[in-house]
Write a protein of this length. Structure first.
Length: 320
């Protein structure tokens, strides 16, 4: 996407040019200050935005009306979500944007997933905006796979893009998959059915974990503000978010398919539920010290489970 031809407004063009320079590490302090000044309106509701290659942009999930207005200001026509959470299709439609939902895991990107992503970016109207939740881990990896698939970069160059975008090295599966990518044959891309869902059907596990992740982020923001609701979200009280986490984890524990994942997974899930219940009790008791202790315990429980199950490379029997 050339800054002069594809962005939707003069301020958007200035912002994107500065953002690209800053991303490349060559922007001056003045450039960065100008980027911040001009980005306030066109980038409201978007985070971690960076151009992958002309006509293809990576970033966070758009937040509310502001996020989708920013996408429209940037000239975006197609939005790809690789997040597990259902995308906000209605807000996109209201602005003439097409959504494509192709969720991927933290464990890696399979060959079929890579081909689907490649065909969407190749064939659907651009500019194309791709996101996960934060725009830092899964969507940069998906964007990197497209870079290689379309012959825009080598696997090494695409991997370097992921590092610059901030993709954590703990997600070894994402890096391994991109590192093995090769340019896709045109016939293989053509063979992908050109039917892309606005909302993909996801499992109960994916849906529940997406809900837990959202609530946990509100809890993190509240913890940094003496357990007050995050700015701009007065309805997302810590007590309410703890209740939602307990409910989501409790529902998972009752799934009939859970035994197939093994006793270790069930034990880790049960520990996380206990930690969430203890945090809920501490929040209700307004015990400042206990709140931080219980929140730290919940974070540790989640990290233990993620390390063993979510963050394993694709194909590892402990993974997906």
């Amino acid at each position: 996407m050339s800054p002069g031809s594809r962005c939707g407004s003069p301020s958007g063009r200035v912002w994107l040019a500065c953002a690209i320079l800053a991303f490349a590490g060559v922007a001056s302090v003045a450039d960065e200050e100008q980027a911040r000044d001009t980005a306030r309106e066109p980038t409201a509701g978007l985070h971690n935005v960076v151009e992958v290659f002309p006509g293809f942009i990576n970033g966070s999930a758009p937040e509310g009306d502001a996020g989708f207005e920013s996408l429209r200001a940037l000239g975006v026509r197609t939005v790809i979500s690789v997040d597990g959470a259902p995308p906000d299709v209605e807000r996109a439609r209201a602005r003439g944007l097409r959504y494509v939902h192709l969720p991927i895991g933290y464990d890696g990107i399979g060959p079929e997933e890579a081909l689907k992503l490649t065909r969407v970016v190749r064939d659907l109207p651009g500019p194309v905006y791709i996101h996960c939740h934060h725009g830092v881990h899964r969507s940069p990896a998906a964007a990197a796979a497209v870079m290689v698939g379309l012959g825009k970069a080598t696997a090494e160059e695409a991997t370097a893009f992921m590092r610059r975008a901030g993709t954590s090295p703990q997600y070894a599966g994402l890096y391994q998959c991109v590192g093995r990518m090769q340019r896709a044959e045109a016939a293989a891309v053509d063979a992908v059915p050109a039917e892309f869902p606005e909302r993909a059907r996801t499992s109960e596990l994916v849906d529940a974990m997406a809900a837990v992740s959202r609530s946990f982020e509100y809890l993190e923001a509240a913890a940094e503000q003496d357990w007050s609701p995050p700015a701009g979200h007065p309805d997302r009280t810590p007590k309410h978010e703890a209740v939602l986490i307990v409910a989501a984890l409790g529902d998972l524990m009752e799934q009939e398919t859970l035994p197939a994942r093994g006793s270790d997974f069930r034990d880790l899930l049960a520990q996380a539920e206990r930690s969430a219940r203890e945090l809920q009790a501490a929040l209700s008791a307004a015990d400042a010290d206990a709140r931080h202790v219980r929140f730290t315990a919940l974070r540790a429980s989640c990290r233990d489970c993620h390390k063993r199950y979510r963050d394993q490379p694709l194909g590892n029997p402990v993974g997906r």
